[in-house]
Design a protein around this ligand. Sequence first.
Ligand code: GAL
Length: 850
Amino acid sequence: MMRPLSILVKAWLACSLHRMEQVCKLSLLSFVTWATLGLHAMERQLWDANWRFALADSANMAQPTFDDTSWRVLNLPHDWAIEGNFYVKNPSGAVGGALPGGVGWYRKHLTLNDSDTLSRYVLHFDGVFMNTSVYVNGHLVGIRPNGFIGFGFDITPFLNKKGGDNVVCVRVDNAQQPNCRWYTGCGIYRHVYLLRSSEVRVAQWGVQVLPTVKGHKATVALNTTIESFAKQNRKLSVRQSLYDAEGRRVAQSVTGCVARMGKTTVNQRLNVSHAKLWWPNAPHIYKVITELMAGREVIDRDTTTMGLRTIAFDATTGFSINGQPTKLNGVCLHGDLGCLGTAINEDALYRQLRMMKEMGTNAIRCAHNPPAPELLNLCDTMGLMVIDEAFDQWRVGKTEFDYALFFDKWAERDLTDMVLRDRNHPSIVLWSIGNEVLEQWNTTKKQGVDLDDVNILLNNARDPVRLAADKGLSDNAKLTRWLADIVRRNDPSRLITAGCNEVSPNNHLFKSGAIDVVGFNYHSKQVANVPKNFPRKPFLMTESVSALQTRGFYAMPSDSVRRLPGKRRPFIDPSFLCSSYDNSCTSWSATHEATWDVVKHTPYCSGQFIWTGFDYIGEPTPFNFPARSSYFGIVDLAGFPKDAYYLYQSEWTMKTVLHLFPHWNWMQGQEIDLWCYYNNADEVELFVNGQSRGVRRKANNHQYHVMWRERFEPGTVEVVSRKGGQVVAKRAINTAGQPHHLRLTADKNTLRANGRSLVFVTVEVVDKDGNLCPWAENEVLFSLEGSATIAGVDNGSPFSLERFKDNRRKAFFGKCLVVVQAGNEAGAINLKAKSIGLETAEVKIQMIDK
Ligand code: GAL
C-alpha cells in the first residue's frame, strides 16, 4: 500500500537537514518545520528500491511473464556505464568517457490493493539516459528520447487494480553512440516516484508562482492547473497557503472553481507585508502549500518552494539582485559526480556545491541540459544562482546520434517541460535556450563533425560568409524566436540567453532579437566591443576560461602560456599532463587570471561562468584516449582543488587566503617558480630554509599572484603575508622524505544508516613526519567492516584506466579518494587502507539511525 511519504524521502529530508545545517541555518529551520507539520505531497512515494536490471535486450523483457529471477537486484539511481571498463573501442569515444553504452532493462512489480476504483497512478522519472520506453503489464505506456528531462506517464489504464500484481518494465537504449560531447551515463540515473491521486488532481508542475517585490511588500500570483478525468464537472476550491522559513503562515487565499474534464486553471494572488528576501548569502525560502478541496476534504496537495527576490540585467551596470549590483561569479557544471558516474546522490552533489560556494562561487550554469531537481533544490537553499540550459544542439547535430535526431519532434515538449518543472526555483536567474548551436551560422543539414575533433573544430573561428544578412529574418533566426517564445509563454518572469561562440551581431541567434542577454562563450578580447556591437543589450560571459590543468603537475617556466592543442592534429604529448600554474589553456580561450581581469574591470559585464568548476568524465581536451576525462576543472574529478581554486577564493571571498605552490620536492639546483595567491594583506615575503628571498607586492588591481624564481634546495619554503607590518598569515611547505604511511581524512565522522549517505575519505601518501609525498603513486587497497560499501574510488587522474568501482586505487600526485556508502544498520564502520611498504591506516565512522 502507498504510504503518505516514503521512508526514503523522509531519510533524504533528514540528511538534507544534516547537510544544510553547515551552510544555512534558515533553510534548516524551514525543513524542520515542514517535516513536523506534515505538509507534504500525500501520495508521492519514492520508487527507487528493488528493481531488477539486466544489460541485455529482447522484446520479451516487456512481458509480465518474463522470468527475470536471475537478474541483478539494485536500488536506483543507477548508472551502468560507470561500472564498466574504459576501452578505446567503446563507441562513446574518449569524448564520451570511453565507457560502455548498450541497452538495459529494468523491471519491478507493483502490487496494489486499492479499493478506490477512481484513483489514478503516475510513474514519474526525474531522468533516464536515454531513449526510454516504459511498459506496464506488457503495454507500451510511453517513450522519451531526451535523457536529461524529467517525465511522467499516467499508467492507470494499464493497471490491474484490485489486489493485482503489475509489472513495470523500462527499456533504456544508449546503444547508438556517440550521442553527446561528454559523459552522460546510462540508465535510470535519477529518482523515480509513484504518485497516487484521485480522479481530479493538481497537474504535474501545475502550480506557477510569480512573485513581485516592491520594497518590504510582495505579491505572489499563483496559477494552478487542475487536471480532471471525471466525466462530471466538479465544484472544488483551491486553498493556497504561504509559509515563511519559520513555518508561520503569512498569507492564504481560497478560490472556488469548477473542474471540467481536462485542464482548468485557477488564478489567485497572495500579499506579503514583510517580505524576507532571497539573497545569495541569506537565501530565505518560502513554501506554498496548494490544496485542492472538495468541500472540507483535501483531495490533493502540492508543495512549492519559492523565494522573493528581484533580478535585473542592465546594459551599463550588469546584473543585480534585489537592487544590489552583483557579479555572477559562476562556474559551469556537467552532471556527473566523478567516480559515482551520473547516478544522482544528494551527498555527492552537496559536496560539489559546497566546495564551489566555499571558493566564492555564487552561480552555476547547468551545462548544457536541465539538471537533476536536487541540484536546483540545493541551489535554492544554499544561495547559488543558476542558468538553466536546454540544449547543446538544435536541428544540426554535433555528434552522429545526438539530440538533433529528435529535435524537430521533441524540442517544444522538452523545452516546455524544462520551464514548467523549474520555473518556481528562486535560484534560477536566466534561461539558456542553447549552447554553441550550429544555427549561429547558415546551416545545411548533416553538419556534424568527426568525434575526436568535435570540440576543437567547433571552437575555431567560423566563416564570416555564413553569418546572417543585414535584412530579413533567416530560418535560424526564426527558430531562435520560436524557442524563446516557448520559454516566455511558460515563464514571463525571466530573461533568455544562449551561449554563443560566434560573437558577431550577425550571428543568427543575436539577429533574431530574441536573445535578451547577449551571452559570449570565450572571446574575452571582444568584450570591449560589446557596447558598440550590441547597443543597450545586457551582456554576460556565459562560458569562459577553459584552462587545462592537472592537479599536482607544473610546467616551467610558469610565465609562458601554453595554448593547447595548437594547430597540429592529432596533438600528442605522452605525459598526458597539463600545467597547474595558470599557464595552460585551449587555443580558443584565455587563462583564469586574464579572463577574470576582463570580467572584474568591465562594469557592464554581468559576470562569467568558468568552464568548469569540477573536472568531468569525457572531453579530455587537449588529448585523446587513454585520457578520458577533462582537464578544465578548478577542482579535479576526485574533488581535490587545483591551485586556481585559491585564486578565486582570494578574489571572491573575504576569507584570508595565502596559497603557496608548487610542492618542494625537486632536483637539487633545479630552477623553480614559486607562486602565491593572497589577499587581505599588502605584501608577502618568501623564506627558503629561513633565508628571506624577498618581499613581493601585487603592483595594482590587475595583478593576481606574486612569484619568485628560486633554485631548489631541500628543506622548507615559507611565505608570510603582512598588512600594515602585522603578520596576517604564514604557510610552509617541507621537502617530503620517502613515503612512509597513509593518512586518511574523512569529510564527516557520522553517517546516517539510510543506504544512501556518503562519506568521502581523502587518502594521502605521507613521509614519516606527515608531509605529503607529491610524486607518490603507491597503490592503496581498501577494506571495510560494518554496514557500508565502497561506492567508488578515484585519484583525479584524467588518464587512469583503473576502474571507478573497485577496492583499490593508485595515488596520483600523492592522493587518492575512496567514497564509502552507508548500509542500513547503525553501528561503527571501519575503513582500512593498505599499501605495500607503507604503514596501514584506518578510520572509524559512526553510523547513526536514519
Ligand atoms: C565550449 C563548449 C563546452 C566545452 C568547452 C571546452 O565551446 O561549450 O561544452 O566543450 O568548449 O573548452
